[in-house]
Design a protein around this ligand. Structure first.
Ligand code: GLC
Length: 489
């Protein structure tokens, strides 16, 4: 690349070729040799801190009031209300025993007006979806409810945000994540506010449990996993957001005052770590100028700093920020045609306009002419970049995606080491849900590569099975809502 192309109105100060510049940027995302184990050590130290006390900067490490692992033999018909990052699902779940279940669901996309509007409108939106579902799938129940007859249906509510639980079905919102911003909801008991709205509508639905999606995933995987795998130790989500849950001896949860909960008889409790908030103070996490810029444009600035480097909501935006920078420095998109398309209202200049599928398509593209990358780029930006530009974007996408997967291994290894699971069992299992894990190319294999680089080594990593807990959050919520031993208060 020349220092200043004739058709460009941007000045390139240093004069390295595009390929070299792209490599320099990609290198910013590469984790140095030996980094992963240091990060695991830091993760363990910060989780111990979070188990000891609540402070706004530490990992929340929230007791979930769920103790038992399901056996796979639980049975019942339950409603699951599942609020993730993007959708709200209402499901009727029939647990059939023998690790089997049936699920009927209705998915509502949650429009932005509700994710950043008033609490009242948000709760009404959720209740509308629930009511519509019940009218369609359980009309007899709705009819009986109107006349005050019939039994209450039990529901499990998967609320995939940090909720400071005070019982199995109560909890106050600590803060929003994943782009939600309804300030008046912070500090409020969200499941109880929803319950009141359902009662006002006479729906005869009882929210028996509120669970984080990771807790749901842990339980669902334990319910559905193949018989020949070891116990499920961690439930993890790598989707719009990232988080994990695992069981911890209550004796180690020193911030939990057991004497206040005489009904709790079990010695272990599932902890919702909210590992998205690992290292909010950036003691160990990498922090490129793109990470810093991305953080400054989020509603939860300086929180969930781990999530902002790992999960699906952020990987496309990181790539966009790099592309803007390289364009503005005159390295990329220097043709007249490109510039004509890259106006201030173009996708390139629109925050959050790229989702993770863009870096994923570039990452997956192994063709010699990068044809699917070209198609994806043209679809998003309306012009065809040069081959060298496609190569540069691919290199950067691979670096962003690889860093995400390698960092994902850190809390998994941390939880396994902290619980000494590999010392206790021959093999252990991890239940995972989320689009990044499911759809990002080689995400699983990249996590395995990174696990091998920690003190678990190749031998330890061989003892770990990881499997998708499809519909985990819904099935897990249903298991928690069962009037059985799964929930412990
Ligand atoms: C965010 C939420 C967390 C949830 C995760 C995955 O990190 O704070 O509660 O589990 O996303 O959905």
């Amino acid at each position: 690349m020349s220092s200043h192309s004739a058709s460009s109105d941007r000045t390139v100060v240093d004069t390295v070729p595009l390929a070299q510049k792209a490599k320099e940027v990609a290198d910013l995302f590469n984790l140095p040799e030996g980094y992963l184990q240091k990060a695991v050590d830091e993760y363990i130290a910060q989780s111990v801190e979070g188990l000891a006390s609540d402070s706004s900067r530490t990992m929340p490490m929230i007791p979930s009031y769920v103790s038992h692992s399901p056996t796979g033999n639980e049975r019942g018909v339950l409603i699951a209300l599942d609020l993730g990052g993007t959708n709200f699902r209402v499901c009727a779940i029939t647990l059939e025993g023998q690790s089997k279940f049936k699920l009927v669901q209705e998915k509502c996309n949650v429009p932005n007006v509700y994710t950043t509007g008033s609490l009242k409108d948000f709760i009404s939106f959720l209740a509308d979806c629930i009511e519509k579902f019940l009218v369609k799938e359980h009309p007899e129940h709705v009819e009986q409810a109107k006349t005050g007859s019939g039994d209450k249906l039990r529901a499990g509510f998967t609320f995939s945000f940090p909720l400071n639980q005070t019982s199995a079905n109560n909890g106050t919102l600590i803060r929003w994540t994943k782009g939600y911003d309804i300030p008046e909801a912070v500090g409020k008991d969200i499941p109880q506010i929803l319950q009141k709205e359902l009662d006002d509508r006479n729906l005869n639905l009882y929210i028996a449990a509120v669970v984080n999606d990771t807790v749901g995933t842990l339980l669902a995987r334990a319910y559905t996993k193949p018989q020949n795998t070891g116990p499920t130790i961690v439930g993890a989500i790598f989707g719009t957001g990232t988080n994990g849950a695992y069981a911890e001896p209550l004796a180690e949860v020193t911030k939990f005052n057991r004497s206040m909960h005489p009904n709790i008889v079990d010695d272990d409790m599932v902890i919702n770590t909210e590992w998205g908030s690992f290292d909010n103070d950036l003691k160990i996490l990498p922090n490129t100028k793109y990470d810093a810029l991305l953080n400054s444009n989020t509603h939860n600035k300086d929180y969930h700093m781990f999530e902002k480097r790992v999960s699906g909501m952020f990987l496309g935006e990181l790539l966009r920020l790099v592309l803007v920078d390289l364009y503005e420095q005159g390295y990329l998109f220097t043709t007249k045609d490109a510039k004509a398309h890259l106006t201030k209202d173009s996708k390139l200049y629109t925050p959050w306009s790229l989702d993770t599928s863009t870096p994923a398509i570039f990452h997956a593209d192994t063709s010699s002419d990068l044809v699917s990358s070209r198609v994806e780029f043209e679809e998003k930006f309306g012009f065809v970049p040069t081959f060298e530009e496609l190569e540069a974007i691919k290199l950067i996408s691979v670096a962003i995606g690889t860093r995400s997967a390698h960092l994902s291994a850190v809390p998994i290894a941390g939880a396994l080491i902290q619980t000494k699971a590999l010392e206790k069992y021959e093999t252990v299992d991890i239940g995972i849900d989320g689009t990044v894990y499911e759809l990002y190319p080689n995400f699983h294999d990249m996590i395995v590569d990174a696990l091998e680089q920690t003190s678990l080594g190749k031998e330890g990593t061989k003892k770990i099975t990881m499997g998708i807990a499809k519909d985990g959050s819904g099935v897990g919520a249903a298991l928690c809502a069962l009037d059985t031993k799964v929930s412990c208060d």
